[in-house]
Design a protein. Structure first.
Length: 233
């Protein structure tokens, strides 16, 4: 009885707290001064129409690098905790793998159609992140969704963790090298002006932001794919 009463009190308390937040919410009619400065500076200094991508990959790129490092540590930790030896191709364990129920023909056919489209869409999101909504994080997540679809459609499909790890490491190293190039040839670490800004709004513009976005997308996609492979049953 006391336990149920405690649960009810907790639920009511959370409900009242959320209600007070909702009731007191008022939509902001104009950007704050800091937001206004970013809206003005990103197109002028960085040549990127997408203000958010410009902030993430230049002004706050060091923090973005830290976030990717955290994701890398999560993937490594999952590999250490959930790592397992490859199952042999013959023997009792292989017979047990063969007992896995395959997905339906509809799922497999849908996967064959959707995975190429998902790959193209991911590339579009990554490469146009400096122009429209998108970028490396979003594109990397879309890449991982294609890997997840393959794992669901084909139970015996095994991504190569070694290849994904090497690709992720190379992308991370190149990301750092681009940042160091900013220290040498521009105004600071991960300064996108090591490359010409180009014409505002053009595909080849915004300096090194498209390069950083592509490297970030590859790195995030590989890390999430490794996580998915480790968590598969």
């Amino acid at each position: 009885m006391i336990r149920r009463l405690s649960i009810i009190v907790a639920i009511v308390s959370f409900g009242l707290a959320l209600a007070s937040i909702v009731i007191g919410y008022t939509e902001q009619q104009a950007p704050r001064p800091l937001a206004k400065s970013y809206i003005r500076l990103v197109p002028q200094e960085l040549g990127a129409p997408n203000v958010i991508t410009g902030i993430l990959l230049t002004y706050r790129a060091f923090d973005t690098l830290g976030e990717v490092a955290v994701l890398f540590m999560v993937a490594v930790s999952a590999g250490l905790v959930l790592g397992r030896e490859r199952l042999p191709r013959n023997g009792p364990l292989a017979d047990r793998v063969d007992e896995v129920r395959p997905s339906s023909e509809i799922v497999q056919t849908g996967t064959q159609v959707l995975v190429p489209l998902i790959s193209i869409f991911a590339a579009y999101i990554i490469m146009n992140g400096h122009l429209t909504a998108g970028g490396g994080f979003q594109g990397g997540a879309v890449i991982a969704s294609g890997v997840l679809l393959m794992l669901l459609a084909y139970p015996h499909y095994q991504p190569d963790p070694e290849f994904l790890s090497i690709t992720e490491s190379v992308a991370g190293a190149l990301f750092i090298l681009v940042g160091l190039a900013g220290l040498i040839a521009a105004g600071g670490f991960l300064d996108n002006r090591i490359l010409p800004l180009g014409q505002f709004g053009a595909f080849f513009s915004a300096g090194a932001i498209p390069v950083l976005s592509a490297l970030l997308g590859i790195k995030v996609g590989c890390e999430l794919s490794v996580l998915l492979e480790r968590f598969r049953p």
